[in-house]
Ligand binder design. Structure first.
Ligand code: GLC
Length: 427
């Protein structure tokens, strides 16, 4: 059974491979997505390391001079997707979107570095190093709030947790009246009950148009834009990625930049601390404009282990959330707390389980001595895929698949992690 699923997972990656880059799934997402590609590289690395490197190389080929790396790369036009390249009006020779996504690259490159035994692969990974460093510098120049140290996102889609209830209140302030008529394409590929509501989608497009009208001035968007959120997921992921970049710098003998990266770590640690909400006793995102914390426990809240933050008291509160949520669902970890407003077990980021989130969460849990949690995530992820298929995400209550099918990062996570009978990811 496992061998069959391994083969199926490899087939999905090969089918979604469009020549140097992989689409998340045909139809719903027909382009290259930033953090999808990076997770997908881990899947390819289990049977073709060179192809794995290529996936990350093609993503960085479209890096902007500022160091920014876009969230979508439009290599060929596909009228079946909205908002496409003409709506974004961004990028150079190859059109791109104008916003970014969680910077998971340094961590995955470091993981591939540790696993490979091949010099030529290491050389290619070393070539990516300055590009990833430039991206991290861009974050610090354009997206880290000096007062708080947290990462500011300027569009919900930057978080990668596109439709999280964390963004509902802050986006309600965004005025969608200027948005012209548009046709959603996602609803042709997935059931409306799984996708964002029109009310939210209108605001996503209004924010896109606002960004485009600034000429994608990223600093301006983070200081004056109508949606500015200190995002818990981005902050934790960038913090972990910076720690991995330091490890990689040491491997590469780049001691000259360690002091700079240590400074980034300190600032992001302060950012993570700022995102502790003492009222809800959880890590969560905070609206920069109103100062209000979402108060929601999401799967990103539990990234504290992965980021290496949280004192005993904070960890004890999170453990209580873990136990409470664990008793409410069949499969861990839902993207939204079932006891919180906005929970919907099948709707995009309002409840479903994402396997690649489980993967990074499990890595973190192992590092903070929560072996049982890590094993539960691996075992639940294994069951979800084995019993229901390689979906984009899954109901935490019934296990049913939601969103797209034959999904690349789900297949990659099967190969790199949960399809293996070992608790430890990446071993
Ligand atoms: C959705 C997800 C985002 C992902 C993209 C492609 O927009 O929210 O995280 O990158 O799909 O899979």
């Amino acid at each position: 059974m496992s061998a069959e699923l391994d083969q199926r997972a490899r087939e999905i990656l090969r089918t979604n491979d469009k020549g140097g880059y992989t689409v998340p799934t045909d139809g719903l997402y027909p382009y290259q997505w930033n953090w999808d590609s990076v997770f997908v590289a881990l899947g390819f690395a289990t049977f073709d390391e060179s192809r794995a490197c290529r996936e990350i190389e093609t993503l960085f080929e479209v890096q902007w001079d500022s160091g920014f790396v876009p969230h979508i790369v439009f290599r060929q036009d596909d009228p079946g997707y909205f908002p496409g390249p003409s709506t974004w009006n961004a990028g150079g020779q190859v059109p791109t979107s104008g916003i970014t996504q969680p910077p998971i690259a340094a961590s995955v490159i470091y993981e591939m570095w540790c696993r490979t035994k091949t010099d030529s692969i290491r050389e290619r990974l070393a070539t990516l190093f300055p590009k990833v460093l430039a991206w991290h510098r861009w974050f610090h120049r354009c997206r880290i709030s000096e007062d708080t140290g947290a990462v500011i996102i300027t569009h919900p889609w930057e978080s990668g947790r596109d439709n999280s209830p964390e963004w509902t209140r802050p986006t309600s302030r965004v005025d969608p009246t200027g948005v012209g008529p548009y046709q959603r394409r996602d609803l042709q590929h997935a059931d409306a009950s799984m996708r964002p509501l029109k009310r939210d989608y209108d605001r996503y497009i209004a924010l896109l148009e606002y960004g485009r009208d600034t000429g994608w001035d990223h600093s301006k968007l983070a200081t004056e834009g109508p949606f500015r959120m200190a995002d818990v997921g981005m902050t934790m992921i960038l913090l972990r990625a910076t720690r991995d970049l330091i490890r990689l710098s040491k491997e590469l003998g780049r001691v000259d930049i360690i002091a700079e990266l240590d400074g980034y770590v300190r600032s992001l640690e302060q950012g993570a601390d700022y995102l502790w909400d003492s009222k809800a006793q959880t890590y969560c995102s905070r609206d920069v404009i109103s100062g209000e914390a979402s108060g929601y426990v999401t799967n990103a809240s539990f990234l504290y282990g992965y980021a290496g933050v949280g004192d005993h008291g904070q960890q004890a509160h999170m453990a209580r959330h873990w136990d409470r949520i664990g008793a409410r669902v069949q499969y861990m970890l839902p993207s939204q707390d079932p006891d919180d407003a906005g929970f919907d077990h099948m709707r995009y980021w309002c409840g479903p389980v994402w396997i690649m989130m489980n993967y990074i969460l499990a890595r973190g849990f192992l590092e903070i001595g929560q072996q049982a949690w890590a094993e539960r995530l691996r075992a639940d992820s294994h069951r979800l895929i084995a019993d229901f298929g390689f979906h984009e995400a899954f109901s935490p209550q019934t296990g049913d698949g939601t969103g797209g099918r034959d999904f690349s990062w789900t297949a990659a996570m099967w190969l790199a992690w949960c399809g293996r009978n070992t608790a430890a990811p990446g071993t």
